[in-house]
Design a protein around this ligand. Structure first.
Ligand code: COA
Length: 259
């Protein structure tokens, strides 16, 4: 795929999406968001891709937020639309039935923090920092941050972070549950690949359904237990369920086919 602001790379069924606007610390302008949307659509549609890693170009920033030069020109009407568009793309990431990991290699601020939080797992380099500093610009997080930050770190801490605009380093990010792992810069991508390699040979339908059920646990007005029971029943009719149970009984490793 040919994009201006992002790079994509396919390695053994794993897609690496790199936000690539280093001179702007990989800030998400609207063009980059639209390209990210297309890349995620490709991830959904392509059956050979089993999972993805989203990262930022260079060692300084994952994504330093929405592009403030564009945000500064918004009015009330297209401002709402901008927030809804960003939310929609990030929801697509969150609801993707394939695992998406954020490799947080530097500043993950504002929209960058929101992008990382929409991913299923966050791995953070030891020099990285996250935060929601929108309040300093006279706005609030608009790409889902007011919802996902409390899910990850709890209500009190989320309120404190959004109201103070404090930036949080990797060690504290892991302690508060924002990051799954902290690594050195050089170990960041290998750690993400290690996690994905553990998962890509698992039955793909189960992977997608687990992601869906866990997302339901954070959705208002939906019965997560019912979703889980439906998903469990759906697994029973798959060939992978037959293979998984048979392999256990025959004392061999299962070979899953994703159907
Ligand atoms: N939007 C647009 N441009 C951005 C940007 C953003 N979110 N974040 C950084 N940049 C640009 C800077 O304007 C600068 O451009 P210049 O070289 O033309 O002056 C360049 O990227 C490098 O950033 P700089 O601020 O010089 O780096 P720094 O190391 O001094 O500071 C940050 C790094 C991340 C602390 C600082 O850039 C920052 O606070 N960025 C904005 C974070 C933010 O508020 N995000 C939420 C947006 S809604």
């Amino acid at each position: 795929m040919n994009f201006k602001n992002i790079k994509t790379n396919l390695q053994n069924g794993i897609m690496v999406i790199t936000i690539s606007r280093q001179e702007r610390l990989n800030a998400l302008n609207f063009e980059t968001l639209a390209e990210l949307h297309k890349a995620i659509r490709f991830l959904y549609d392509n059956l050979e891709i089993m999972g993805a890693i989203i990262t930022g170009e260079g060692e300084k920033a994952f994504v330093a937020g929405a592009d403030i030069t564009e945000i500064a020109k918004l009015n009330e009407i297209n401002g709402r639309k901008a927030a809804e568009t960003g939310q929609e793309i990030f929801q697509m990431i969150e609801n993707c039935p394939k695992l998406i990991i954020a490799a947080v290699n530097g500043y993950a601020l504002g929209g960058g923090c929101e992008l990382a939080m929409a991913c299923h797992i966050r791995v953070m380099a030891d020099n990285a920092k996250f935060g929601q500093p929108e309040i300093n610009l006279g706005i609030i997080p608009g790409y889902g941050g007011t919802q996902r930050l409390p899910w990850l770190v709890g209500k009190g801490k989320a309120l404190e972070l959004m109201l103070t605009a404090d930036m949080i380093g990797a060690t504290e990010a892991k302690e508060m549950g924002w990051a799954n792992y902290v690594t050195t810069q050089s170990e960041l991508m290998p750690k993400c690949f290690e996690i994905l390699h553990k998962i890509i040979n698992k039955p793909a339908i189960s992977v997608g359904l687990i992601i869906d059920c866990v997302n339901t646990a954070f959705s208002k007005g939906q019965d997560g237990f019912q979703t889980e029971a439906n998903a469990f029943a759906a697994c029973i009719s798959t060939g992978d369920f037959k293979e998984g149970t048979l392999a256990f009984i025959e004392k061999r490793n299962p070979i899953f086919k994703g159907k």
